[in-house]
Design a protein around this ligand. Sequence first.
Ligand SMILES: *[C@@H]1O[C@H](CO)[C@@H](O)[C@H](O)[C@H]1NC(C)=O
Ligand SMILES: *[C@@H]1O[C@H](CO)[C@@H](O)[C@H](O)[C@H]1NC(C)=O
Ligand SMILES: *[C@@H]1O[C@H](CO)[C@@H](O)[C@H](O)[C@H]1NC(C)=O
Length: 363
Amino acid sequence: MFWLPSFSFLLCSILGVTALPGRQRATPKSDYIRDAVDAARVLNDEWYNDSNGQWQDLWWNSANVVTTLGGLAQVDSDYKTTGIGIVEGVFSAAKGSNGGTWLNNFYDDEGWWALAWIKVYDLTEDSRYLSAAEDIFGDLKTGLGATCGGQWWDKDHTSSNTINNALFLSVAASLANRVGNDKQAEYRDAATSQVDWLLSKGLDNSNNTFVDGLSLDDCSPEGDVFTYNQGAMIGGLVEVNKLTGNSSYLDKAAEIAQGAMDHLTSDGILTELSIYPDADQTAAQFKGVFVRNLVSLQSARPNSDYIGFLQNNADALWAQDRIDAGSNEGQLGSAWQGPVTSVSAASQSSALDCLVAAAAVSS
Ligand SMILES: *[C@@H]1O[C@H](CO)[C@@H](O)[C@H](O)[C@H]1NC(C)=O
Ligand SMILES: *[C@@H]1O[C@H](CO)[C@@H](O)[C@H](O)[C@H]1NC(C)=O
Ligand SMILES: *[C@@H]1O[C@H](CO)[C@@H](O)[C@H](O)[C@H]1NC(C)=O
């Protein structure tokens, strides 16, 4: 659930970013890992509440934090025990704090939690986590059959958005890629019908970036362009390519990635251009979703531009978006080119995503 603010600022002037002093790295991967572990420590010390299993009481953002910590544990085997310990705690405490269920009124929130447990399943191979994602999927299906096709954003049927539909694709395809053959057909059918629908609605604009959703009046595409929609689409397309072997899904994912790198950046740094950073602190998470999924695309279809992009963004945020002294040392803000602003668990974990992404693509 992400509330579009009633007012919307356009960043009329984009702050010039001075050239970063090049960090000379003998072993960039280990540097990024070291920085990511530091950012994760601050995230958990500052905002994690083990009685409700959430960071700063942020529900859907906490699902994303689980995914991010899972990613860190995948790139850094030394972090695996710590990471699994934390997410195991979330698995019982967050569910308990929500009345014993991962479900709520918003299909996108549910989709984030399903993807979180799929990530933890990949990390642990513990089938409890895959089962949790399958259970959530059972509820996600109840949102299908929206006025314009696809899935409703919410159970009150107030809108039809890109984010929940891209997450539905990702969850369905990810499950199809992981469950046994006996169960695969349902997820495969759901994923392939969903991708056909998503790519048929003209949601992508002339910049190859997806807008926020469909108008319920005439089913035409409408809304702002946010970074997380690009990330969620790329993630879904990579999984459905894995499922079907159809390379046109990777072509599409690469177009979206390029569109975002060309048009949702300021001097090469990923920037949430359609929303003023203070308008909604949860939106600070969006950029992390993009960079995390760019890593998936990099694994499926390597492109050295993605490596340079992720490293530049990680270098920028570490140099310019980090409080480097005092009692808040190590906190990371919501604008990666700096200066540090709107610090929250969402901004911290989003920046952490970028450090993990840079580590994942570096050697
Ligand atoms: C942690 O979560 C519990 C349960 O929701 C709540 O009562 C408590 O106030 C939270 N603690 C902090 C420091 O936010
Ligand atoms: C691959 O996917 C594209 C886009 O959905 C579709 O047009 C095409 O028919 C598919 N190709 C095959 C071989 O299924
Ligand atoms: C495409 O991106 C440019 C910035 O590169 C922006 O000014 C323009 O509004 C975007 N067009 C659309 C249709 O979003």
